[in-house]
Ligand binder design. Structure first.
Ligand SMILES: *[C@@H]1O[C@H](CO)[C@@H](O)[C@H](O)[C@H]1NC(C)=O
Ligand SMILES: *[C@@H]1O[C@H](CO)[C@@H](O)[C@H](O)[C@H]1NC(C)=O
Length: 188
């Protein structure tokens, strides 16, 4: 099992580094930009208990097809209830939590289904399904590698599970993309 995850992770990293090569400004064939994740900018974007690192991003690095985040949720913290039209794959690196999944086929998300997630598990959120990721543990962080398609992400946020889909509020650019846009302007 862990070997399988290892192989998947390697395949995935090859794909990411392949793409990094093309956006890093090194157009020469055979060059590769290796970056230390510990030194990449971390944001919480106003969400207490969240650490977000855009490992390979659309706004930040010019990625076109996929974007990769490393997110850490402190005990008790959660995402807003939200949906997006991109694909999203999670790999849980450590900790445990719960994913709540509503429905896109009624007027509003409705009573969500609950799915436990745990270290070394992976899951994909169906396109346009309202969902919420929650670290319900009282002691341990929940850390996940997240891959989305079609970046930059456009997020629709719900106040609660009975809010109609049409009333969910669009956040675009999303918080961390907005901060990076500002940051880039500040650097000019
Ligand atoms: C997750 O996988 C790693 C690597 O195989 C292993 O060391 C670790 O014990 C696993 N964690 C859990 C909670 O199973
Ligand atoms: C990566 O960055 C961290 C934090 O600055 C540092 O402690 C570590 O030595 C770096 N790793 C390498 C291989 O340079």
């Amino acid at each position: 099992m862990s070997r399988f995850i290892g192989v998947l992770a390697l395949l995935f990293l090859f794909h990411v580094f392949d793409s990094i090569e093309s956006f890093s400004g090194f157009s020469d064939q055979g060059s590769l930009l290796v970056r230390n994740i510990s030194e990449m900018p971390q944001k919480n974007s106003g969400r207490g208990g969240l650490s977000h690192i855009t490992i390979a991003g659309s706004v930040l690095h010019g990625m076109k097809e996929v974007e990769v985040w490393l997110q850490t949720f402190a005990p008790g913290t959660r995402t807003p209830i939200h949906r997006h039209s991109c694909e999203e794959v999670f790999v849980v690196l450590r900790g445990m939590g719960t994913v709540l999944l509503g429905s896109s086929s009624h007027k509003y998300p409705g009573q969500p289904q609950e799915f436990p997630i745990y270290s070394n598990s992976t899951f994909s959120v169906p396109v346009n399904e309202p969902h919420q990721v929650w670290n319900k543990d009282e002691h341990e962080d929940l850390q996940m590698l997240v891959v989305i398609s079609r970046p930059p992400v456009k997020v629709f946020i719900y106040d609660d599970w009975s809010m109609p889909h049409t009333a969910a509020k669009l956040r675009f650019p999303y918080y961390w993309d907005l901060e990076f846009l500002h940051q880039q302007k500040d650097e000019l």
